[in-house]
Design a protein. Structure first.
Length: 73
């Protein structure tokens, strides 16, 4: 399990994919989501603007699961 820390209330799925080094630019998100199975809390998701909040779990083929966590200060 990987953890992605955020310092805001939420992060979009597009921002998450870039922060997790799954895509190299935000412009790749739409294409990546159309081609790959991404699950958010066990539900398929293809909206790049989907808001991810702390404790959301993201599962992507070929990667260990990710969990969104608040930034530890």
């Amino acid at each position: 399990m990987y953890y992605v820390e955020i310092d805001a209330e939420y992060i979009t799925l597009q921002q998450f994919l870039k922060a997790a080094d799954i895509i190299s630019s935000g412009g790749m998100a739409k294409h990546y989501l159309a081609e790959s199975l991404v699950l958010v809390n066990d539900q398929p998701e293809n909206r790049r603007g989907r808001k991810l909040y702390p404790n959301d779990v993201i599962v992507i083929d070929g990667y260990d699961p990710f969990t969104i966590t608040p930034l530890q200060k």
